[in-house]
Design a protein around this ligand. Sequence first.
Ligand SMILES: [Zn+2]
Length: 98
Amino acid sequence: MSYHIFQGDNRDVITRKEHQCWGCAGWRPKGSTMRHCVNVEYGKFNHSYFCEECEDVAQKVGFWDDQRGGCELGAIRENYGEYFKQEESGDEEEDDRG
Ligand SMILES: [Zn+2]
């Protein structure tokens, strides 16, 4: 029995550079374990990455049953924020990437 959160190819990878998690819109540094998903939409490949926490939450709430293989950026965190571990600092973290 294998579990697929996405249609198409998906597997856990150790990232070789930082990637943005599609589920929570947070960035994960290189060397993180993330789920890499590929699906095809309108004849074009879409690549997306999900952090372990998002994958965990998505499984818990049955997120993918509703989404039919796609979601908006940050949708998991937006809809199921209460399932995520609370941030330790109360302040918004500043991120000067780019
Ligand atoms: Zn995430």
